[in-house]
Design a protein around this ligand. Structure first.
Ligand code: URA
Length: 244
């Protein structure tokens, strides 16, 4: 048996239309199911079994896999819905993408930068699974001047939440006005990991931005905007999974 979906979803999956557009097409009498015109909303159809026509032509639902890179601004949650009604990353993509995407991993509400999103669950697991250790690169602005001894602790690994972090690459980029800008690359994805690592050596993270995951870079993508991943970027995570 094929997946059962509402007719407007089926139409949106078949042609480049939003669900709202699809509802209008139904209301305008342009849609038929198994040869019978349907004008009421909410009718369910089975993908691969029912025959759906739009303007007299048969249309087929394809669940196309999508992979995007979003430049998340500060002040958005990386969940599909937020219990406090805060803006979510879904708000930034759903006007242009009508397929339901979900975030791959997470970024804190206050963190900005690169977030991958997809509707391909297997691929998302490959990117986030600890075994595959995708590198994630961040720029962190720290309160205070980071000492070399503290930098070395961060590099070697430091105990947070009772467990040592794996070795990280970390460089000081700039020290100015009593603040330190660092670049740090980690291979894990623990909750608030970068913030906790620097807090553990006595420095509050005032600003945090992720700019790279594996080979995917944010580049000059403006804040709040997204782009499709290239096939090379998508394949990178699949190949890594095979090698490991
Ligand atoms: N580490 C953090 O502390 N926050 C993030 O959002 C990502 C990594």
């Amino acid at each position: 048996m094929g997946e059962i979906v509402r007719l407007q979803k089926y139409i949106a999956m078949s042609v480049a239309a939003s669900r709202r557009d699809a509802e209008r097409m139904i209301a305008e009498g342009r849609v038929a199911v198994n040869g019978k015109p349907v004008t009421e909303q909410g009718v369910k159809v089975e993908i691969g079994n029912d025959i759906v026509e739009l303007d007299g032509a048969i249309i087929k639902a394809v669940n196309k896999k999508l992979y995007i890179a979003l430049n998340k601004p500060e002040g958005y949650v990386t969940t599909v819905k937020d219990q406090f009604g805060r803006p979510t990353v879904m708000d930034l993509v759903e006007k242009e993408i009508h397929t339901r995407l979900f975030p791959v991993g997470r970024l804190d509400y206050e963190t900005e930068g690169l977030l991958l999103m997809t509707n391909d669950g297997d691929w998302a697991n490959r990117v986030t699974h600890p075994r595959y250790e995708s590198e994630k690169r961040y720029y962190a602005l720290l309160k205070g001047v980071l000492k070399i001894s503290e930098l070395n602790k961060i590099r070697r690994g430091i105990v947070i939440d009772g467990k040592r972090t794996s070795p990280a690459e970390c460089e000081i980029m700039e020290i100015d006005m009593g603040m330190t800008l660092v670049q740090i690359t980690i291979h894990e994805g623990r909750n608030r990991q970068v913030r906790k690592m620097f807090e553990a050596v006595g420095h509050e993270v005032k600003k945090l931005r992720r700019d790279k995951i594996g080979i995917v870079e944010l580049g000059n993508l403006p804040q709040g905007r997204w782009r499709y991943l290239t096939s090379g970027e998508i394949e990178y995570f699949n190949k890594r999974a095979i090698r490991l």
